[in-house]
Structures are given as C-alpha cells and as structure tokens.
Design a protein around this ligand. Structure first.
Ligand SMILES: [Fe+2]
Ligand SMILES: [Fe+2]
Length: 275
C-alpha cells in the first residue's frame, strides 16, 4: 500500500530544512517574497555567498537566456532577469550540486533538458522564455528529494526499475502513489515559485492540454523525452517515456519540426555527455 499522500507531502516540505540546502537559500526566498526588498539588497545578499554567486552567474551565462554580452555581476543578473528567476536560479544552483552527488547522470540530463527547452521555445517563438529553461533545470527535483530523504522507498523503486524494467516514474507511482513531478512541485510551491514554473514540472509525465500552462508543459514534456531518446545524461531508467501526441498538437509541431529541433540539439549540446 502506498503511504499517505499528506504525510509524504509534509516530509517533502521539510526538505528545505536539511543541512544540504544552505540557509542563504531560504533567506533569499524570504527576501524575494517581501515587497520591501530592493534589487540592490537582493543582489548584495546573494553576492555575500561567493560559491552561490559564482554558480548563479555560471547558469546565467550558460546559454539559457541568450544574452549577447556576458553577465558579470549578480546585481546585473537581478536587474535583467527579475526576482523570481534569480530565486529559482539560486535553488537550481544548489539542487544541481545535490544532483551531482546523489544520482549519476541526472545533472547532465537536467542541463540538456534546460537547453532543449530553450531550443523548442525559440523554435515556436514562445512569448516569455525566462521560466522555461529553469523548468528544464528543475524538472526532476523530485528525484533528488526522493534520493535524499527516502532511502528505503528509493531502493524499492530502483528495484522495480531494474527487475520489472519499469519507467522510474511508474515505479514511483507504484511504491509511493505519486511521481517525482508532483513531489518536486510540493517543494517549489513551498518556495512560492510561480505556477507557470511549478505546473509544467508537476505535469511533465502527465501532459494535459487543458491546463493553465499547457504550452510550457508541452515544451518540457517533449524536451525531457528528446533528451532521454538521445541519452543525454540519465533519467534513472533504461526506457523512454511515451510522447503524448496532444503535446505536439498544443505546440503545433510537425515531425519535421521535431527533426529540426533534434538537429539543433545535436549541434548545441555537444558538451553534454551521452550515457
Ligand atoms: Fe521526470
Ligand atoms: Fe527528466
């Protein structure tokens, strides 16, 4: 019997108190949510932590946002990207480290997915493109939470993946009654990140065309599958999830468009290892 969902949610919401998420992350989240905080104050607070600042700048300059000039200060990043994007970047920079430490290949998969989201968003000329690459970076956050906080359940899930040759998310649903999309969403909601970012992450294995942010979800759903089909990093299992045809319809993409997107991935993701 899967555990009680509310209990599980409480357990996930406590993740932000783990020592692996440094205090600065929570402090920045609080500052972003306060209407009194100015861009200068926020920039100064982030800049106090040199490790996080360097990681945030690295992400800002890694091609997701398409700036023609390199961004060299946190202050500049805050002005250009806005509070919420910077907040999710601070979380991403921390989570990426956890990914590297906890699940082999997940970091590479997430980077590939973030860049593929940008490629698709550019292809369909999506209006607002800031959140979409962050959604790609954070979409499998739930797997990190699972690995970090539920050792026993994680082992049972990995066992199903190995022995029954299941998709990771299907094994999660069997053991826990929820998949990592929803679990990641619980933490991101607690962080008060915008629904435009949270909903696609929650739904990335369960695309539904009638949802509020279906276009962003369709991009993420497609990007995740394309990255797995081409083995950029690892999603934790050997299978490729099925593509929902309605996601292509939502994005008005033909098979020729998808081939063109895959061609660009081939060019632009050369530095990401295939596994
Ligand atoms: Fe996933
Ligand atoms: Fe994924």
């Amino acid at each position: 019997m899967p555990p009680d969902k509310d209990q599980l949610r409480l357990q996930v919401e406590k993740v932000s108190n783990l020592p692996t998420l440094p205090g600065i992350v929570t402090r920045i989240a609080e500052m972003v949510d306060s209407p009194e905080t100015t861009g200068r104050q926020l920039g100064r607070e982030i800049a106090k932590d040199q490790v996080i600042s360097a990681k945030v700048l690295k992400l800002v300059n890694s091609g997701f946002y398409g700036f023609s000039e390199p961004i060299s200060t946190i202050q500049h990043a805050v002005t250009l990207l806005g509070f919420n994007t910077v907040k999710s970047l601070v979380l991403s920079s921390t989570v990426l480290d956890l990914m590297k430490d906890s699940l082999p290949g997940l970091w590479e998969h997430s980077l590939a997915c973030a860049r593929t989201c940008s490629i698709i968003a550019g292809h369909i000329e999506l209006d607002e493109q800031e959140e979409i690459s962050t959604a790609g970076l954070l979409h499998d956050l739930g797997k990190v939470i699972l690995r970090q906080t539920m050792e026993r359940e994680f082992r049972r899930i990995a066992n199903y993946v190995d022995r029954a040759d299941m998709l990771f998310y299907q094994a999660e649903e069997k053991v826990l009654g929820v998949n990592h999309g929803e679990m990641g969403g619980w933490l991101l909601e607690k962080w008060a990140l915008p629904p435009k970012l949270v909903e696609p992450i929650v739904d990335h294995h369960d695309f539904r065309p009638n949802r509020d942010y279906a276009e962003n979800t369709a991009i993420l759903h497609l990007a995740d599958i394309l990255c797995r089909a081409q083995a950029f990093g690892s999603g934790g299992d050997r299978k490729i999830p099925r593509l929902a045809p309605s996601a292509l319809e939502t994005l008005k993409l033909t098979i020729d468009d998808v081939c063109e997107i895959m061609g660009r991935m081939h060019e632009e993701l050369r530095d990401i290892p295939r596994m």
